[in-house]
Design a protein around this ligand. Structure first.
Ligand code: FA5
Length: 363
């Protein structure tokens, strides 16, 4: 078969093409030219082998197979060298600028209400108070009766209450080391409407002197608006010792307001009523934003209503077997959300509970 090409010259021709291929794409073209499944030069020649005579088959068959093996080897080694060349080129252009600033990771932080609560506790720690706790599911005795709010007392209307469905035989509350008065074993019947029940629990458990603050969640069956929530937080304070007077109450709370807002803040007391304190007062703070001249935060008044307080009612002390002739005390209760509202100039309490991170991130 005179026109069957010489395998050695085919190999030479393929080698020339391989030498010229300077990229992986060009190499792929060479591979297709020779070994492409339909039109590859060598593929076509291998297909033609079948039409040759026996002698020609014996001669060209092995030669063409060797040519194929050689060509595949050449393609593989060329591919390796081109790949490493291209990688080296990519590495050269892919330089790392170590002076670029990193991508900052956003940090989470505490909720503004938690921050306010721990600020308050920290302030009272410096004044010698310790932190106490009590249950959110309370019974009528601790939430009302022991605080001088009997069942038919009109003061019950001051705090609309969520009552719990009663299950007969429900476990009673345990007070392990009662020292004063008889602990109530009534089962929980309501969600506490204020943190004041903790006063009674603490006075039953520990003898005076007592100086506690108690931050916690409280519940009221109230319509919600910009300044009222049905679930909110309060912090209760209680100091009981010999010779505690209204002057101690005034001094302590004035110091508290200055440490919380600004050293220049003034306080004033207005008469108020709480069945568990006598006398009772509402404490206002001078608006530290406008210095008392009147602004949007204080609604032009120059003063902001801040907390309820008073001297512990002697009836409450006798109820826990603390002798009111020997001991006296003061107590106060402050709304955490309302403090956060005035401290940060927020217009609506509900914003603290919407969980909008654009709002929360600002604190
Ligand atoms: C009481 O709850 C008394 N136990 C406080 C007290 C304790 C007085 C000890 C004397 C001695 P009052 O109902 O005013 O009081 O609530 C106290 C504070 O809770 C208010 O000043 C206010 O800041 C906050 N507060 C009351 N109701 C709501 C409400 N619905 N939403 C948000 N904050 C409220």
């Amino acid at each position: 078969m005179g026109n069957f090409p010489d395998p050695a010259s085919l190999l030479k021709e393929a080698q020339d093409q391989l030498n010229k291929a300077s990229s992986l794409d060009a190499l792929e073209e060479v591979r297709i030219t020779w070994l492409g499944r339909k039109e590859g030069k060598l593929t076509l020649l291998l297909k033609q082998l079948g039409s040759l005579s026996m002698d020609e088959k014996k001669r060209f068959g092995p030669e063409l197979n060797n040519l194929k093996i050689n060509l595949e080897d050449l393609l593989t080694s060329k591919e390796r060298s081109l790949t490493s060349q291209e990688r080296a080129k990519a590495l050269e252009s892919d330089t790392l600028d170590t002076s670029l600033p990193g991508t900052p990771k956003p940090f989470g932080h505490r909720h503004p209400l938690s921050q306010v609560m721990s600020d308050l506790v920290a302030i009272f720690r410096t004044l010698g108070f310790v932190c106490a706790d009590g249950p959110e599911m309370e019974n009528d005795f601790y939430n009302f009766e022991a605080l001088n709010v009997p069942a038919d007392h009109p003061a019950r209307d001051m705090q609309d209450t969520f009552y719990l469905a009663q299950t007969p035989g429900q476990g009673s509350q345990q007070i392990l080391f009662p020292e004063h008065g008889s602990p109530s074993t009534e089962p929980p019947s309501l969600l506490r409407t204020h943190t004041s029940p903790v006063q009674v629990r603490i006075m039953q458990k520990y003898p005076p002197p007592i100086a506690i603050v108690c931050p916690g969640r409280v519940y009221r069956h109230e319509a919600q608006d910009a300044t009222h929530l049905a679930v909110f937080h309060q912090m209760e304070g209680l100091l009981v010792d010999q010779g505690v007077s209204f002057a101690d109450l005034k001094g302590t709370l004035a110091k508290f307001a200055q440490l919380l807002f600004a050293p220049t803040v003034k306080t004033r007391f207005r008469p108020s009523f709480f069945p568990f304190t006598e006398p009772s007062a509402q404490m206002d703070v001078s608006c530290w934003l406008c210095g008392g001249d009147g602004c949007a935060t204080c609604k032009g008044m120059g003063w902001i209503e801040f907390l309820g307080a008073g001297m512990v009612n002697p009836k409450v002390l006798s109820g826990v077997n603390i002798d009111p002739e020997k001991y006296s005390g003061f107590a106060f209760g402050v709304g955490i959300e309302r403090i956060a509202l005035i401290k940060y100039g927020v217009s609506d309490l509900r914003l603290f509970y919407d969980n909008d991170t654009r709002f929360l991130e600002q604190f």
